[in-house]
Design a protein around this ligand. Structure first.
Ligand code: ATP
Ligand code: MG
Length: 421
C-alpha cells in the first residue's frame, strides 16, 4: 500500500534552508532601514473581518472580486478573510487602539499576505509584504520621504535596474468628474472592452485603466486623463512632491496611466518597477489615502504608505546583486572518536557555544576522514578534534579548514581564546 505524500498548497511556497539566508538578509536590512527613518513595528492578525477589506480596498477591485480567501468560521458564523494586504489592518488597529490621539504615527509591518491569483514567477497565493504607513501627515514631504526611503533601500540592498513612476489621482471630487468622462469614453467602445472591463464600466471605470490585458492597452492609452482635470490642491501637492524628489536627486517618470488597484488611494500614487522580472514588474507600490482612517471609523486623518513584495525583491536581488548574500557558517565543527572522546567532545562543543561561538557537533560516528569531510562541507573555519591522545592529555586539536596554517594541539580553553580572536 502506498502512503499519500502531501504537497504544499498551490502557489504557497516553502523556504528551504539554502534559501533562508537570503530572506534573513533581506529582513534584517529592512528592520535596520525602517528604524533609521523612525518607523515602529506593528503586528496584526493574519485573519480579519471580511468587511474591513471590502470597505477599504473597494468592492469592485480585482482583490475583493476574485482574489480573497474568505470563509465562514464554523464555530460562530463570522465571515473572515485571510488578509490580502495590510494597510487596512494597520488603519483598523490605529483606530481601534486610539493610536492617533497620541499624534502622527510612522508604522511598519512585515508578513504573509494571501491572494487567490494564478501562480507564476513573482506571483503567489501566499506571498510576503513589508510596508510602511505614515498616519497623520498631510504634506508632500511625507510622500517624498516614503519615496526617498525606498530609494535608499535599493542602495542598501545593492539592487539595480529599478525606476520610479509617479502620478496624482486627485481628490474624490475630480475622480468623480473623471469617472463620468471614462464611462462616456469607454461606453463608446463597448465592443472593444474585455469582460471584466465591460462589467466595471458603470461600477468602477477607473479600474479599467488598471487592466493588465494587453489587448486593452491601445484603448486605455486614448482614455481621458485625470491629469487634465486635477483639482488645485492635488496639483500643488503633486508639484511640491516632484520638486522634493528633484532636490533629492531621485529620477522619476510621471505616468498618467498609473492608478493602482485599490480604491482607497487619492492624490499621490507611485510604483517602483523593473524590466527584469517579466510581467511581475512592480516591486513596490504606494500612495496617499487621506480618506481611509475616517472611512474605517477614525477621526479624519491624512495618511500615506507603501508595500513591497519580498519574493519579487529577492528575485531581483538574485538577478542584480554583485556581492553574494553571506551564508552563516559555524566557527567550528567538533569531531571525535572513541567512547571517552564522545563525552569530552559533547561537553567541549557546548563550552565553545558558551563562549559565544558557533559549534556543530558531529553526531553519528564514522572514521576521522569521513567526519572531516563533513566538517569541511559545513563551512566551518576549524575542526576541533578529540581522539584518544587528546582525551588522555586533556587537550584538543584545532585543525584549520580554510588554509589558515597548521594543526595545533592545546588545552580547550586556549583553543577557545584563539578562536575568539
Ligand atoms: P500586481 O499589479 O503585480 O498584481 P498589485 O498592484 O496587486 O501588484 P499591491 O497590492 O500594490 O500589488 O501590493 C504591493 C506589492 O506586493 C506589489 O508591488 C508586489 O511587489 C507584491 N505583490 C502583490 N501581489 C503579489 C503576489 N500575488 N505575489 C507576490 N507578490 C505580490
Ligand atoms: Mg494584483
Amino acid at each position: 500500500m502506498s502512503v499519500q505524500k502531501f504537497q504544499a498548497v498551490r502557489g504557497m511556497n516553502d523556504v528551504l534552508p539554502a534559501e533562508a539566508p537570503a530572506w534573513t538578509f533581506l529582513e534584517d536590512t529592512l528592520r535596520r532601514w525602517l528604524s533609521q527613518y523612525g518607523y515602529r513595528e506593528i503586528r496584526t492578525p493574519v485573519v480579519e473581518p471580511t468587511g474591513l477589506f471590502i470597505r477599504s480596498i473597494g468592492e469592485v477591485t480585482d482583490i475583493v472580486e476574485k482574489e480573497m480567501y474568505t470563509f465562514v468560521d464554523n464555530l460562530n458564523g463570522e465571515t473572515l478573510t485571510l488578509r490580502p494586504e495590510a494597510t487596512a489592518s494597520c488603519v483598523r488597529m490605529a483606530v481601534q487602539h486610539n493610536l492617533l490621539y497620541e499624534g502622527p504615527q510612522r508604522l511598519w509591518y512585515m508578513g504573509p499576505m494571501f491572494r487567490h491569483e494564478r501562480p507564476q514567477k513573482g506571483r503567489y497565493r501566499q506571498f510576503h509584504q513589508c510596508g510602511a504607513e505614515a498616519l497623520g501627515f498631510a504634506g508632500p514631504d511625507a510622500d517624498a520621504e516614503l519615496i526617498l526611503m525606498t530609494a535608499r533601500l535599493w542602495t542598501m540592498l545593492g539592487l539595480q535596474d529599478v525606476s520610479l513612476q509617479i502620478n496624482s489621482i486627485g481628490s474624490p471630487d475630480c475622480r468623480q468628474k473623471h469617472r463620468m468622462q471614462l464611462i462616456d469614453y469607454f461606453g463608446q467602445h463597448v465592443q472593444d472592452l474585455d469582460e471584466d472591463s465591460r462589467r466595471r464600466l458603470q461600477s468602477n471605470p477607473l479600474r479599467i485603466l488598471d487592466s493588465k490585458n494587453p489587448g486593452m492597452a491601445a484603448l486605455i492609452e486614448g482614455a481621458p486623463k485625470l491629469a487634465d482635470m486635477l483639482d488645485d490642491a492635488s496639483a500643488a501637492h503633486f508639484e511640491s512632491l516632484q520638486a522634493l524628489l528633484r532636490a533629492a536627486g531621485i529620477p522619476f517618470q510621471v505616468n498618467h496611466r498609473l492608478v493602482r488597484g485599490l480604491d482607497y488611494y487619492n492624490a499621490t500614487v507611485f510604483e517602483w518597477v523593473t524590466p527584469l522580472l517579466g510581467a511581475q514588474s512592480t516591486i513596490c507600490g504606494g500612495g496617499r489615502y487621506d480618506g481611509l482612517v475616517a472611512q474605517l471609523g477614525g477621526k479624519p486623518t491624512p495618511a500615506c504608505g507603501f508595500a513591497m513584495g519580498l519574493e519579487r525583491l529577492l528575485a531581483l536581488l538574485q538577478e542584480t546583486r554583485a556581492a553574494p548574500i553571506p551564508e552563516p557558517r559555524p566557527d567550528i565543527y567538533v569531531v571525535y572518536q572513541g567512547e571517552a572522546a564522545a563525552q569530552t567532545a559533547f561537553l567541549a562543543a557546548d563550552e565553545v557555544r558558551a563562549a559565544g561561538l558557533t559549534a556543530i557537533l558531529h553526531c553519528g560516528g564514522g572514521n576521522f576522514k569521513a567526519q572531516l569531510r563533513r566538517a569541511d562541507a559545513s563551512g566551518a573555519d576549524y575542526a576541533l578534534i578529540f581522539g584518544e591522545d587528546e582525551v588522555r592529555d586533556g587537550q584538543a586539536s584545532l585543525k584549520p579548514l580554510r588554509g589558515q596554517g597548521a594543526q595545533t594541539t592545546l588545552p580547550l580553553d586556549q583553543a577557545i581564546q584563539l578562536l575568539k580572536m
